[in-house]
Design a protein around this ligand. Structure first.
Ligand code: SF4
Length: 417
């Protein structure tokens, strides 16, 4: 794993200062947050009323942050694991409780997904499906490194972007394989043991599968997959011929499984989901798509977009989390979406590294050759023009945004200022 630590990107100020926790966990010099949570007591019986569980989580968060600070400054070692129920068990239990009145995301549907008789905006009951998982070589260098980002693509989404670039996954809720928490843990275990630098939870969107993800992460501190776990995990592996070349040395800290958890999402999560993710995610990859006008409603049928995503981004900054932001330049949406998104970032988190992406292609309801094409999305049925991409870069430059390293590194058009 030495080569990950030697990436040239760590010599650049944008990343060396802001991504230190993630980098150290990826290189197994520090334990991931889920390992810290596994070492701390929940401080409550898990059959307690939900309000009491949330109060215990707030107290546990303070303990976890204090432990993280001590470990980070070398003032403490990771406590011996094995406390039950742990703060990590509490996170998984709260995920299960939330599922029964689902408020994982801002839709706040309050449906009981354990029964599945009434569905919310995501149209899901309790089942979690994985479309595929593999070593992703197309993510930003800080994530793909030398061995790839261990990416797990979940089926379905809580937004309805007409142009979705992953429409086959996000709009087909039966896509992929149904997975249990154990199968999901086995997928993460396989990817990390094969040398992936992180476990990249993505979709569709991962938020709508929060219960299964938290349950899987809660298994990982003591996890060794059995033969049947591996057998259940392999069918969805898109690069299955790579299975198991590397070994445990790239996947352990203090004798147990270790990997940075990466939340790669549309960021339409609820406040409660953010609290649970704060304890379990080591690095974040928010997608910031739409401006504050009507575009999120008209193109993605999503209300409260701007206020939800900006509130969640602001939290990351206040919490001192490691993150980079993505913004996809959409044709005809530079003034209404790209400019206000970049202005907001410049005004609220000017040091945040931003990837201004130029790879938009017409897809889903915006692609004229697709049977799903809708005339009202015709404005999005083309790639962005050269001038639109350059206008986005110029705007970012004028506002002092740190975007060059991420945006120019592998952009499809090859354009740069
Ligand atoms: S995940 Fe979001 S969209 Fe789905 S039921 Fe829960 S609150 Fe509604």
């Amino acid at each position: 794993m030495g080569s990950f630590d030697d990436l040239r990107v760590w010599r650049e100020a944008d990343f060396s200062g802001r991504m230190g926790w993630y980098r150290a966990v990826a290189a197994n010099r520090l334990p991931a947050k889920f390992r810290l949570c596994a070492a701390l007591p929940a401080g409550i019986a898990l059959d307690a009323p939900e309000d009491d569980l949330w109060r215990a989580l707030d107290a546990g968060t303070e303990s976890m942050l204090a432990l993280q600070a001590r470990i980070r400054s070398d003032a403490a070692a990771l406590p011996v694991q094995g406390v039950r129920p742990s703060l990590l068990d509490l996170c998984a239990e709260l995920g299960r409780r939330m599922l029964a009145h689902c408020n994982f995301c801002r839709w706040d549907c309050r449906v009981d997904r354990t029964r599945g008789t009434k569905l919310g905006a995501c149209k899901l009951a309790s089942e979690t499906r994985v479309s595929s998982y593999f070593h992703h070589g197309g993510e930003e260098l800080v994530y793909r490194g030398t061995h790839g980002s261990g990416t797990i693509f979940f089926t379905s989404c809580n937004m309805r972007c007409a142009f979705c670039q992953n429409g086959d996954i996000s709009t087909d809720r039966l896509n992929g394989e149904a997975v249990s928490a154990r199968t999901l843990a086995a997928m993460a275990w396989i990817l990390r043991r094969e040398g992936c630098h992180n476990i990249n939870w993505v979709g569709g969107d991962p938020t709508i599968h929060l219960h299964t993800i938290l349950e899987a992460i809660a298994l990982l501190p003591r996890f060794t997959p059995a033969e049947n776990d591996i057998a259940a995990a392999l069918p969805a592996k898109a690069d299955w011929r790579m299975a198991f070349p590397a070994g445990r040395s790239c996947a352990e800290y203090a004798g147990a499984f270790n990997a940075p958890m990466l939340w790669n999402s549309n960021f339409f999560m609820s406040d409660e989901a953010m609290k649970l993710l704060r304890l379990t995610m080591d690095v974040w990859l928010p997608d910031f798509k739409f401006g504050p006008g009507r575009c999120a409603v008209e193109l993605a049928r999503t209300g409260w977009y701007w206020e939800t995503v900006t509130a969640n981004l602001r939290r990351l900054e206040e919490w001192g989390e490691d993150f980079t932001i993505r913004h996809l330049v959409m044709p005809g949406h530079v003034e209404c979406c790209t400019a206000p998104v970049l202005d907001w970032i410049a005004g609220n988190m000017p040091e945040a590294p931003v990837n201004i992406m130029d790879q938009y292609h017409p897809d889903n309801y915006c692609e004229t050759s697709n049977p799903k094409f809708m005339e009202r999305f015709a404005v999005l049925a083309r790639r962005p023009r050269r001038e639109e991409i350059l206008a986005a870069f110029r705007h970012a430059k004028q506002r002092g945004i740190r975007f060059e390293d991420l945006s120019y590194e592998r952009n499809q058009t090859g354009l740069h200022l």
